[in-house]
Write a protein that binds this ligand. Sequence first.
Ligand code: S3P
Length: 195
Amino acid sequence: MKKHDQSQNASKAGEKLQNIRQHLTKPVVLVGLMGAGKTQLGRMLAAALEKPFVDSDDEIVNAAGMPIADIFEKFGEPYFRDGERRVIKRLMDENAAVIATGGGAVTSTETADLIWRDAVSIWLHADVDTLYKRTAGNKKRPLLNNDNPKGVLKNLAEKRNPIYKKADIAINTAQGNLREILDVMIDELDRYLEQ
Ligand code: S3P
């Protein structure tokens, strides 16, 4: 790309970010399956918007003082889901800027309704093979610590995609590098806020 084009693109991106900052009155909440890129892209989006980033999983881990896999093992999934529901409600009440949620957050109707109503929601999605490749070998996710993690992801996609689809914006993260996907997120957010 020529230098002139590069600087024109940069100033367009700057305009879009400024526009988003001006019009954003709600938190941006990222939803989607494990491995969709919620934490990484959420952090990058927050940095681009010069706003704080929070990850609901991290908040739960900090509050419980133990990793998610241990919370599941010691107290069970319903206990984790209850903590998740309370943490997301608190983050939304505090009007946190960019929030990455755990993949199962929207399975609580209360949490999902709160997100659809009081946030600009972005569904990050990718095909199961991509999600599987990205999550393989990481022991932090108790639902995938078994002998058929790909099958679990496939099942979760079937169950949860109809819920995630309710998000305001949907972005495919299977193609392109993180920087390119971030640019798409910024474009879509800008377009959404201009409606
Ligand atoms: C879960 C997703 C995880 C974490 C927990 C359960 C799920 O978060 O909350 O392991 O039910 O999909 P990520 O989506 O950030 O991996």
